[in-house]
Write a protein that binds this ligand. Sequence first.
Ligand code: ACM
Length: 566
Amino acid sequence: MKKILATIFVAVVPAIFAATNEVTVIPQPQKIEIRSGEFHLTSETKIAFVGGEAEAQFLAAKLRQSTGFKLLASPISTLPGKSEIDFLLDSNLSAKLGDEGYELSVTQQFVTIQAPTPAGLFYGAQTLLQLLPPEIFSTNVVTNVDWQIPCVQIEDRPRFKWRGLMLDVSRHFYDKAEVERILDEMALHKLNVLHWHLTDDQGWRIEIKKYPKLTEVGAWRTASKLKGPRGEVDDSGNAHPDWANVSDSKFNSQKRYGGFYTQDEIREVVKYAAERHITIVPEIEMPGHAVAALAAYPQFGSDTNTYTTDVKAGVNAGVFDPSNPATFQFLDDVLTEVFQLFPGKYVHVGGDEVNAKVKAATWGKSPQCLAIMQREGLTNVNQLQSWFTKQIEKFVSAHGKTLIGWGEIAGDGLTTNAAVMDWQEKSVAVKTATNGNDVVMSPTKFCYLDYYQSTNYATEPHAIGGFMPLEKVYAFEPIPAKLAPEFQSHILGGQCNLWTEYVASIQHVEYMFWPRACALAEATWSSKESRNYDDFMRRLQIHAKRLDEMGVNYRRASVETNSSSN
Ligand code: ACM
C-alpha cells in the first residue's frame, strides 16, 4: 500500500504543481484536470458553433481586440473539416451541468466548449479567456505574445444562481458607458445580477414618461454636503479628491449635479447586460428613501413638508402615503414602465430603513392611515408598512413579476410570493426560507463594499465607516448556519452592495468593487470545499494583470499584501 501511495504521489504531484502554476481562473472552477501540452491560438484559428452563435461571436470579437487576428465565428456546417475552437450547444447536458454549467476541453489541436445553455457557453468562453495570457484582456492589439492555452479538461457549474452586485446610482450618478464598464467587469467574474439602485433620497435616475418631473426635478441636486467648487470637501471636513474626476456632463445648465438614464439608454444597458448573461434587477425604493420622488411630486407624501434632493446622506425623512389611492396609482404607473424596460423576473421595491419616528409622526397620526389599520386589523405602523408592501406585491405579481425587497419587508408577515434580500442577518433569512420563500444573502458583515478596506482610514478614500477587507468578503458563506438542509435551496445566492454616498467617480466605484467582488464571485460560484484564501490570493496575482489590461482601478494594496494586515 505504501508503495502504491508513493507511486501515486510521484505521478500526481507534478501535475498539481503544473496546475497551480498555469491555471489561475477566478472564480475557481469545480473540476480541472491539467494535461500536458498547449493549444496555440493563431491568425489561422477557426471558430465554429452549433448553436450559441452570439457567444461564439462574442469570444471572436474579444480575441480580435487584443490579438489583432481577423478571427471570425461561423456555423460549423460552413467550415471544411473540423474547426479548432468549437461551441456546441447541447440541451442533453443539462442534467449534468444545470442551467449555467459548461465543459471546456483544450487539446493541442482543438478547443471545445459544450453547454446546455447559451449562458454556459458564455461562461466557458470566459474561462477560456482566463487560460490565455493576461494580455488577451488588453483593449489594444498586443504583438509578440504567444497566445497559448494549457491543455485542460474543465467541468464547471455555479454553486448559486444569484451572484450579484448592487450599484447605488442615486447618491452619485454614473452614466451609461460607466455602468457598461462595470457589466464587463462582472462578466469576467461570472457575476450575473446587477441590482441597479435607481432611486433614493438624493436622486431619481430612471426616466418615467408619465411623470417627467421625477427626472426634471428629482435627478439633480446641489453638491450640498460637499463644499468647494466641486465639493472636494464634505461637511465633516473629509476630502473627496475623486470629485476632480467627475465630468462636466454631470452638471446641468443650473450647475446642479446629477443625471438620469433615458428609457432608450436603459434598454441599451439591459441589452448590453443580456449579451453578457447578466440580469438587471431594477430597484424603485418605497415607501421610504423616497425624498427625490417627493421633491418632484409632493402630493404622494405623508406630510406637507417640502422635500429636496439636497439632503445629507443617510437622511430618510419623506415617506409615501399609503392612505392615498393616488399614491398607489402613481407607483403602479411607475412600475408599469419599469416592467416594460426590464425583462427579468425580479423587481426590487426597497422597503428598508423606513424611519420609525417619521412613520409614527405621519402614518401614526393620520386619520386615513388609522382607518386603514382599523379596517385591516393592523395594530401598529410597521404592520401598515407590510400592508403597503402587500398591495404593491399584488400589482407586481399580476404582471408576472416577482417582488424582492430588503429584509424589512419580512418583518411583519411576509407577502406571499416575495423574495427577500437579507442585509441585517438577523433571523429574517432563516424564517423566510423556512417559510418557503426565496432569499438573497447580502449581510453587512461580509458584503458591504461601502466600508473601508483598511483599518488605517487615513490612507483610504473617505468611506462611510466599518472595515471590510478582501479576506472578510472571501469568508462569506451564503447559506445561514441555522437553516435546515431541506430549506437551503431557497437561498438563491449572494450579493455585495456598494452604497455611494462618498463615491463620486467610476474609478472610485472600481476601487471599492475590485478585488473584493472577485472574492464574492468565488463565494457564490465555486464549491464550498474548494474555497481556500491562500490559493485565491495566489491566483489573484495573475488575475490582477487581467484587471490591469482592462484598465480597472482595483485596490492594488489588497492584491500585494494580506489585506487583513493593512
Ligand atoms: C440597506 O443597507 N439599507 C439595505
